[in-house]
Design a protein around this ligand. Structure first.
Ligand SMILES: C=CC1=C(C)c2cc3[nH]c(cc4nc(cc5[nH]c(cc1n2)c(C)c5CCC(=O)O)C(CCC(=O)O)=C4C)c(C)c3C=C
Ligand SMILES: [Fe+2]
Ligand SMILES: [Fe+2]
Length: 331
């Protein structure tokens, strides 16, 4: 191709995929956690209280007390590659291109903190990706997670002269590929144990209960995931919702309450978190460390935490299947 003199360079057209997860602090210290929480908890889709009421509570109470406590929790799960959520999402972005014969360029971004969505889209465009599949890494749709990714992408597009063509990976809570990947992963996790758990407990991130009544499909999609997995595995799966925040009523039953109930009954438990595409603070610290302590303190027997799909083969093969479907006509 011959360009006229002084013409800006034009990259060969390519297809991009942008994995987007929630976000995580840059370091396991209070100032970094404060910066992260200030951005995350100021999102009107995450905390649906009028800002005039919420900001004084956030600035005056939450951001003065929580960062120190949360930094301590992050420090317990931090890895040499940084926050588990960032390290695993990065690994997922590196595992995907070979599955497409390098026909797609894959990047990752975080909704809050870094790497931010805008610069990640700019980098894909600079590499020639004029068609981009945005993949919110949430199997179950929730306004507080999926919709806020779309909001952030839209905000960035407003600033662009040359906008890419976009597609969005839909929620995949009931997709056969997802249920199959969960089954493979949970089966492998159970096979590696030296005991057979009485209870298999699926723990999903909680949400205020009012979001269900306002029409958010999240609760129903979590329940459906668990039902389909239970049918596929041919065994009962208990469901609970974790990480309660604030004073409002959240979806029930709560994971900590259920762990205590099973503990008091002297049962053994294997717990896993099918709504998280990558292990993070909420799984590695809240479930695998604190959940185990609560369960044992209540008198529970054996306890196991089974990891998320992460960058392992079943999860990556699932993403390849879902993405090939969404990229039809582009690839
Ligand atoms: C109002 C508060 C919160 C809502 C609503 C909420 C929804 C929600 N979150 C996830 C996934 C993740 N949350 C994570 C951390 C986290 N979540 C909240 C609060 C709400 N989440 C807080 C305050 C925190 C920070 C940690 C803490 O201080 O306890 C994470 C992990 C991040 C990490 O760095 O590892 C994930 C992932 C979903 C899926 C969801 C709604 C469905
Ligand atoms: Fe959360
Ligand atoms: Fe429901």
């Amino acid at each position: 191709m011959t360009l006229p003199p002084n013409h800006p360079p034009v990259a060969a057209p390519r297809i991009g995929v942008l994995l987007v997860n929630l976000g995580t602090p840059d370091a396991p210290d209070a100032p970094s956690v404060r910066r992260y929480l200030a951005e995350f908890l100021s999102d009107r889709r995450v905390v649906e209280i009028p800002q005039i009421l919420w900001q004084p509570i956030l600035r005056g109470i939450i951001l003065t007390t929580r960062p120190k406590k949360s930094a301590h929790a992050y420090a317990q799960v931090w890895t040499e590659n940084g926050s588990p959520l960032a390290a695993i999402t990065h690994a997922q972005s590196e595992a995907l291109p070979p599955l497409f014969g390098d026909a797609v360029q894959v990047a990752y971004a975080m909704r809050y903190g870094k790497p931010a969505i805008g610069p990640a889209i700019d980098a894909l465009m600079a590499a020639g990706c004029q068609r981009i599949l945005i993949a919110p890494m949430y199997p179950q749709y929730c306004a507080a997670t999926t919709a806020t990714v779309v909001d952030a992408v839209g905000e960035h597009l407003k600033t662009l002269r040359w906008q890419p063509a976009l597609r969005y990976l839909p929620p995949y809570h009931d997709d056969a590929a997802y249920i199959g990947a969960l089954k493979a992963s949970v089966d492998a996790g159970l096979a590696a144990l030296d005991f057979t758990p009485d209870v298999l407990l699926a723990s999903f991130h909680g949400m205020p209960e009012r979001t269900l009544h306002l029409g958010d499909p999240y609760h129903c999609q979590c329940r459906k995931t668990a039902r389909l997995l239970s049918e596929a595995m041919g065994r009962p799966i208990e469901v609970a919702f974790q990480s309660r925040f604030g004073r409002a009523k959240w979806l029930e039953p709560a994971t900590d309450t259920q762990l205590e109930t099973f503990g008091r009954a002297g049962q053994s438990v294997a717990i896993f978190a099918p709504g998280f595409s990558a292990d993070c603070l909420e799984t590695l610290e809240e479930l695998a460390i604190r959940g185990k302590e609560q369960f044992e303190a209540a008198g529970g027997g054996r306890f196991a935490y089974l990891p998320c799909l992460n960058a392992d083969t079943p999860g990556m093969a699932m993403l390849e299947t879902l993405m090939r479907r969404e990229l039809a006509g582009w690839l």
